[in-house]
Design a protein around this ligand. Structure first.
Ligand code: GTP
Ligand code: MG
Length: 270
């Protein structure tokens, strides 16, 4: 009996992984970095789908991973839509320098849900969001915003660079561990526990404070605002961002900006 069980444990587990995300976000390069330890800077669009196999060891088990690398371009929808079914994990990639690629993530999740016949199957997919190209600048999507989006969907979040390799191995390790755990759990994904502890509103306020061009804009008030209006707006934002209470990344810097914006506006009133 014991012998049988260990023999069963030795049989490689077969899993299916797919890649999703807009064209040029770096899906193929992330996979290449992991499987072949190299990076190609020239853009070679995936035509329809690419397929590869890799063997890994996860939680003391041999795992044979079948990777279906999808083309992100909309013209390939008819080709890639065949490949969603029966997959257990996905990398969902956006380019941190391209805001549209981040804003498209919801559409990708929708496409995945549509292509899975059974809703519970897509709900049990283990998804790793890759905020890719962290080696390049400027950033159009902050880490806090990316993390919040992933967290609110029950997905893992990693900052990656296919060019330098940063974050890539850790991301795949988490993906494979998540998939193996799901398989061992009879196909049911382990419940996702959020550890972020901050809200979308906090992220939006931090971004507004950091990116606005005037103090009125920072506080969200009109140029003719009274002392009272300024203090009211200040208090509302201070509650959201006080560094003793807020764990949202960037709170401390945003709080300092808030304090100096309020001081400058009050001076103008006196
Ligand atoms: P499709 O196959 O068309 O869906 O695109 P894709 O998402 O597979 O993108 P691909 O991996 O082909 O990469 C697109 C371009 O981005 C290429 O020119 C890559 O060299 C570049 N690229 C990918 N990852 C990175 C990265 O981490 N850093 C930098 N600087 N460039 C990257
Ligand atoms: Mg590709």
């Amino acid at each position: 009996m014991e012998k049988n069980r260990s023999a069963k444990m030795r049989r490689p587990l077969r899993v299916k992984i797919i890649s999703m995300g807009n064209a040029e976000s770096g899906k193929s390069c992330i996979i290449k970095r992991y499987c072949e330890k190299r990076f190609v800077s020239k853009y070679l669009a995936t035509i329809g789908i690419d397929y590869g196999v890799t063997k890994v060891s996860v939680k003391d088990r041999d795992v044979k991973v079948n990777i279906f690398d999808m083309a992100g371009h909309p013209i390939f929808y008819e080709v890639r839509n065949e490949f969603y079914r029966d997959s257990q994990g996905a990398i969902l990639v956006f380019d941190i320098g391209n805001r549209v690629s981040f804003e498209s993530l919801d559409t990708w999740v929708q496409e995945m849900r549509n292509e899975f016949g059974d809703k519970s199957e897509s709900d049990n997919m283990v998804v790793c969001v890759c905020a890719n190209k962290i080696d390049s600048r400027p950033r159009a999507v902050d880490e806090a915003e990316g993390r919040l989006w992933a967290d609110s969907h029950g997905f893992h979040y990693f900052e990656t660079s296919a060019q330098t390799g940063e974050g890539v191995t850790e991301m795949f390790q988490a993906l494979f561990e998540g998939v193996v755990t799901t398989v061992e759990n009879g196909g049911k994904k382990a419940p996702f526990t959020t550890q972020l502890g901050y809200t979308k509103e906090q992220i939006e306020v931090i971004q507004r404070l950091k990116n606005s061009k005037s103090d009125c804009e920072r506080l969200g008030i009109s140029p003719g605002a009274t002392k009272d209006d300024i203090n009211k707006a200040y208090r509302r934002l201070a509650v959201l961002l006080h560094p003793d209470k807020s764990v949202a990344p960037g709170s401390e810097e945003a709080f300092k900006i808030l304090v100096s914006a309020r001081t400058a506006l009050l001076k103008r009133c006196s």
